[in-house]
Design a protein. Sequence first.
Length: 438
Amino acid sequence: MTNSRVGRFCHALALCAALAGCAMSPRGGELCSFSGAAQSARPGAVIVNLYALGEGLPELAAQQVLQQGGEWRLAAAPGRYLALAFQDEAGDQQWSGGESWGEAGGGEPLVCAGGRPLRGLDIDLGSRQPGGEVRKMLQESRPGPLALPQGRALSVGEVGRMDDPLWTSEYGQQGIWHPDLFMRQAHPGIYFLHPYQEGKIPVLFIHGMGGTPRNFDTLVQGLDVSRFQPWLAFYPSGSDLTVSAQMLHVVLLQLQRRFHFPSLVVVAHSMGGLVARQLLLDMAVDRPAVTVPLLLTLATPWAGDGGAGVGVRRTPAPWVVDSWRNLAPDSAFLRQLFVRADGSPKTLPAATRHVLLFGFQRGRWMSREPGDGRVALSSQLRDEAQSQAFRIKGYQQSHAGILHADEVSRDVSAALASYALPAAGQPDGGRRPPMLRR
């Protein structure tokens, strides 16, 4: 191995250790992302289905329900697919036989080898009478368990435990380097710690690079369980972050369809904050029945990570992680989180307030820029993120330590308490906790 190759390999090892503390090995396949627009002249819900092509009748692999026509995005394992959509005029989430429908790509198979998004898959819902095979596919499009071909079904509200053997750092690392194995073995999705309880506000926790639900043990223990129920996201953190956000979006749609909860609070750490913002932006496109009054992020690299950019440029191709590409400063992903295609600001839904918490210490990893030891302060405090935040507060804590500090736990609880609204409609008699006073 030449000196330059040794240097590049060592750089990849250093980047991996700093971001997640992981073992170095070539990566496997990636999830696929399919997106486009479902165009309909009629009002009402539109259901987009992604079917996996195999030896028999195509099987429903993923589904998205739009409150009306518009942008859609679905995630699935590598393979061959067809994308169909229909107008749910009857409101029963089933194709009734006379409802308008359409297909992406003229009905040609959509082939994805993994790791790269397929965009521009527009669907015109102008057809009425499908052929025999398409008719069978539409008739079998009833909501069911979310499954990935050659993999396990996603967790849609399964009850888990913090000591679950799948929620170890080893599986968190697997999610970076082998997302395909992670999808088959680690059973990703959204977990509950207790059966669903009507009337309690769900709090969705989203981990960062190489993380697992276990990272939030301290914050979960501090929840007021008389008002809240913890939900825990688990996803392969090496996948493209748009795909990870879409996976969580699809699971939330299934949960909302099942439990009809009116609101949801999101708490995210590190890179999970980027996934959370993308998730909320995707949800806003659908005009969902559920609102997200509070997004609370901790130590999120809003402006990316310089080490990730260097890693993408210098690391041998088999070891480059897709989420590193998202994290590279000035990446298209980071830009579109805050800026629309026409250059205008992109904001969270009006009902959502963002509480931005950051950490600081003298960082010495690959940079002398102040930060929390992992993420630079300038990235945590990106101008656009600050300008849209309802509340900003810093803590003298490390990147991981911010999740376990008593002061942080108290402030998170105070922020959550302000959104546990009693029947009168005003939290705590109209008095906001100090954490949320502007």
